[in-house]
Every structure is written in structure tokens, then in C-alpha cells.
Design a protein around this ligand. Structure first.
Ligand code: HEM
Ligand code: HEM
Length: 171
């Protein structure tokens, strides 16, 4: 199998790793139910919104600069990677927005970098509904998916020895 020498651009690499840390941080600081209303997890909101802010330049960059040459995959592995990466991108957008929606339904104000964000749903008494539940389950699903994704990267690097991790590194 050919060893990849090309890399993602430095900006994309930095955004990839900062996003991975922010997702992990958002998961670790997540709370559910009444506690969110009593004592809103502001760090959770902040880290989650940072994920949303970072995905915008990331997708724009990804549209203007294609993946580095010599992707070390063939056949079903390439298809699996495309689906996995696509799902990760989808969750990076959907999770913060559904979280913002859940906070709005719970009547909890959300701000980011000193900016007060508008509520995107009318507040309700009681449970915040299906989208909030999807957010809670999706929040754990992204971690499982990212774990599988990391295992695949490690398998490529150390079993197939095709330099996969180097593609997402600065040096
Ligand atoms: C929450 C955590 C993570 C998320 C959301 C995430 C997301 C992504 C996405 C969406 C891509 C596709 C990039 C593109 O083509 O535009 C990617 C690529 C990559 N990720 Fe992650 N990632 C995470 C954690 C990790 C970890 C922990 C590792 C390694 C142990 C890793 C290694 C890689 C590598 C090597 C690539 C490049 C794949 C290629 O050659 O095209 N990622 N990641
Ligand atoms: C990548 C980003 C995010 C991840 C991985 C994530 C993950 C999670 C998880 C796992 C839960 C369930 C916690 C539990 O039940 O113990 C949760 C709940 C919640 N998150 Fe997030 N979240 C993210 C972004 C956000 C953002 C940006 C906001 C708001 C601006 C937000 C607001 C909420 C709220 C209000 C709840 C409670 C929902 C309920 O009790 O029904 N989240 N989040």
C-alpha cells in the first residue's frame, strides 16, 4: 500500500484537533434535565458553540482545497471513510444547533464571546421535547463515532503503515 506524504493544510489540521478537544470537552461538561435550568452548564454551551463556529471555515477550506493526494484507501474502506467523515461533519453542525434549540426550549439564555444569542424556540414548561432528546443521544453518538474513527486512523497508521496520521499532523 502506498505511503501518503501529502497533508491537510495547517489550518485544517489545527481546526481538526481543536474541534476534537472541544467535542470531548462539551461531552464531559454536558448536563441534562432540571439541573440545566437551575445551574446552566455555560462551559458546555461555550465549547459546543465553538465547534459550530469552527466548522464554518473548515468546510469552506475543504471546498476550496480538496483532500491531500494519495488517500491511503481503496474500495469499501474509502466508501466507509466517506460515510463516517460525512456523518461526523453532519453532527458537528447538528449538535450545536439542536443544543441551542434545547436551551431555548428550557428558557436558558445562551451567549458566546460576550454576544447574547437569540432564543431559537419558544420556551416550554416541562420536558424540552424530541429535538433535545436527539441532541442528548447525538452528543454521545458523536463520541462513539469519533472513537471508531480514531481506531481506524490508528489501524491505518500502525497496521497498514500507510502514514494516515501524518496526513492530519503539522509536521
Ligand atoms: C471528536 C473527535 C473527532 C472528530 C469530530 C473528527 C472529525 C474528522 C473529520 C470530519 C475528518 C475528515 C476530514 C476531511 O476530509 O475533511 C477527519 C479526518 C481525520 N481524522 Fe479525525 N476527528 C476526531 C478525532 C480524531 C482522532 C482522535 C484521531 C486520531 C487518533 C483522528 C484522526 C484523523 C485522521 C488521521 C484524519 C485524516 C483522514 C484522511 O486521511 O483523509 N481524528 N476527522
Ligand atoms: C459538539 C457539541 C455538543 C455535544 C457533544 C453535546 C453533548 C450533550 C450531551 C451528551 C448531553 C446530554 C447530557 C445528559 O443528559 O446528562 C447534552 C445536553 C444538553 N446540551 Fe449539549 N452538546 C453539544 C453542544 C451544545 C450547545 C452548543 C448547546 C447550547 C448552546 C447545548 C445545550 C445542551 C442542553 C440545553 C442540554 C440539556 C438537554 C436536556 O436536558 O433535554 N449543547 N449535550
Amino acid at each position: 500500500m502506498p505511503v501518503a506524504t501529502a497533508r491537510y493544510s495547517k489550518t485544517l489540521v489545527v481546526i481538526h484537533w481543536v474541534t476534537a478537544l472541544a467535542v470531548l470537552g462539551a461531552w464531559l461538561t454536558a448536563e441534562g434535565g432540571r439541573e440545566v435550568v437551575r445551574n446552566p452548564p455555560l462551559l458546555h454551551f461555550w465549547l459546543g458553540l465553538a465547534v459550530l463556529v469552527l466548522v464554518v471555515p473548515r468546510l469552506i477550506l475543504r471546498l476550496v482545497e480538496p483532500a491531500p493526494d494519495g488517500a491511503p484507501q481503496h474500495g469499501w474502506l474509502a466508501i466507509g471513510a466517506k460515510i463516517g467523515h460525512g456523518l461526523l461533519y453532519l453532527l458537528l453542525i447538528a449538535l450545536p444547533i439542536t443544543g441551542w434549540y434545547a436551551a431555548s426550549r428550557m428558557g436558558v439564555p445562551v451567549s458566546f464571546l460576550g454576544l447574547h444569542l437569540p432564543s431559537i424556540a419558544a420556551p416550554v414548561q416541562g420536558r424540552p421535547g424530541l429535538i433535545a432528546e436527539l441532541h442528548e443521544n447525538g452528543g454521545t453518538f458523536i463520541l462513539v463515532l469519533a472513537g471508531l474513527h480514531a481506531l481506524m486512523a490508528i489501524w491505518h497508521q500502525f497496521v497498514l503503515r500507510d502514514g494516515a496520521l501524518r496526513r492530519m499532523s503539522l509536521r
